[in-house]
Write a protein that binds this ligand. Structure first.
Ligand SMILES: [Zn+2]
Length: 143
């Protein structure tokens, strides 16, 4: 089964910067998510006993390494499949329908486009992807 996570504000992740401890606990409990946190108060809550994971490092590189290792995550498996803003799964979209929405150069050099069903943001493969993969491999010490 796919592991799904919820991260609190102390990790510096932007998902729920203003969420209360009560709300994050309730959401995680009812949606079966694992709370990634550096907040020991969250971990001590009874409701979180089964689904809370303490991230022990300060730096995001070390945090990433810890979570990937402990949960046996393949970091490349679902890379670039979700919206950076909404975290919704991206959907394929016909090239012709993005003609007026992307820069001309992009339209003529790319064939595959994806869109977010929630915010309608468009995605295409660019040099950014290669940089992210390179950075991720470096952090996780992968070849
Ligand atoms: Zn989106």
């Amino acid at each position: 089964m796919e592991k799904i996570f919820i991260a609190d504000a102390m990790l510096g992740i932007e998902y729920f910067p203003e969420i209360s401890d009560n709300e994050i606990s309730e959401r995680a409990f009812h949606s079966g998510r694992v709370i990634l946190t550096r907040d020991t108060r969250l971990i001590r809550r009874k409701i979180n006993r089964e689904n809370c994971f303490f991230v022990k490092y300060d730096h995001y590189q070390d945090q990433l390494k810890q979570v990937v290792k402990v949960f046996s995550i393949d970091p490349m498996e679902n890379l670039f499949t979700r919206c950076l803003l909404c975290n919704k799964k991206l959907l394929n979209i016909d090239k012709i329908s993005v003609a007026d929405s992307v820069p001309e150069y992009v339209y003529y050099t790319k064939d595959i486009f994806k869109t977010c069903p929630s915010c309608n943001r468009l995605y295409w493969k660019a040099t950014h992807k290669n940089n992210v993969v390179k950075q991720l491999k470096k952090i996780l010490e992968l070849k």
